[in-house]
Design a protein around this ligand. Structure first.
Ligand SMILES: [Fe+2]
Length: 156
């Protein structure tokens, strides 16, 4: 009998998201650089620093979410919520790994000759990562809404 169930504490998870202004700021800065013609003027070392800051901050953000927003529940209440929660929690490690690799690539580029083509390519990869992270955040927000709805007595 499978009693392993992952669930969320919707109120805490929402609070962690609402309070994390810095994550939004860092993401916005990185996106602004990648999105615009500013990329031509940006130094590889500045982009490298930004990606490293974002990586470190994302590690903290995910750690907080996992410590307070997610928990393993011995009782299965709503299986579809649990599956979704488990899948979203697993994405943390994947997203972090992806960003860590991008930050490492940025460091390599800035250590060598800061080839503009390599920077453009990195920016494109970052935007793909950014979209996946946004999707993750949206899915978590949806899960929060769904869990709150179940809590106040909806049919689920
Ligand atoms: Fe998350």
């Amino acid at each position: 009998m499978d009693t392993h169930t992952v669930t969320i504490n919707a109120a805490f998870l929402r609070e962690i998201k609402d309070d994390d202004v810095q994550l939004k700021t860092l993401l916005e800065q990185a996106r602004a650089i990648c999105d615009s013609s500013a990329l031509a003027d940006i130094s590889a070392s500045r982009f490298t620093k930004l990606l490293a800051d974002l990586r470190d901050h994302l590690a903290m953000h995910f750690a907080l979410e996992e410590a307070y927003g997610y928990f393993d529940d011995p009782l299965s209440v709503a299986p579809h919520l649990s599956e979704q929660a488990e899948s979203l929690r697993t994405q943390h490690g994947q997203l972090y790994g992806e960003l860590a690799r991008l930050a490492e690539t940025a460091q390599d580029i800035s250590r060598r000759d800061s080839d503009p083509r390599a920077i453009r390519n990195l920016a494109r990869c970052f935007m793909e990562f950014h979209d996946r992270l946004q999707q993750h955040e949206e899915d978590e927000n949806e899960l929060i809404m769904e869990a709150l709805y179940v809590d106040i007595g909806g049919s689920g």
